[in-house]
Design a protein. Structure first.
Length: 123
């Protein structure tokens, strides 16, 4: 007999670390940790491309894709980068349906980062 409560969804953690997991799947959804650029010295266009590639990789770890995005939160260091980020986002997302999305200006953990993206997707 199992101690597991069948009414509580299974939780799977992908690339878990001491502070956070890269992705967590539960209840048919995948929740990603915030994805950040590899090159903190790059401009917004390159950082956006790096972050979206990281989103795609993390989604694949958990068995999902950008075509199954449910929501996205975009954190920009400066709102002046909004149009440049959107150009990269639009090219990356199409032809897939757009998720619910918010975009906010935020202080990021590394002041050289211009963007961080966190998403939720269906599995």
């Amino acid at each position: 007999m199992s101690d597991r409560d069948p009414s509580v969804p299974e939780v799977e953690r992908f690339e878990p670390g001491p502070r956070y997991s890269e992705a967590v799947a539960a209840g048919g959804l995948v929740f990603l940790a915030g994805q950040v650029p590899e090159d903190p010295e790059a401009g917004i266009t390159q950082q956006a491309a790096e972050v979206l590639a990281a989103v795609e990789r993390a989604l694949a770890l958990a068995g999902s894709t950008r075509a199954r995005l449910v929501s996205a939160t975009i954190y920009l260091r400066e709102m002046a980068d909004y149009a440049a980020f959107n150009a990269v986002w639009d090219a990356w997302l199409l032809p897939h349906p757009a998720p619910a999305r918010a975009c906010v200006q935020a202080l990021l953990a590394d002041p050289r980062w211009r963007v961080e993206v966190q998403v939720v997707a269906a599995r």
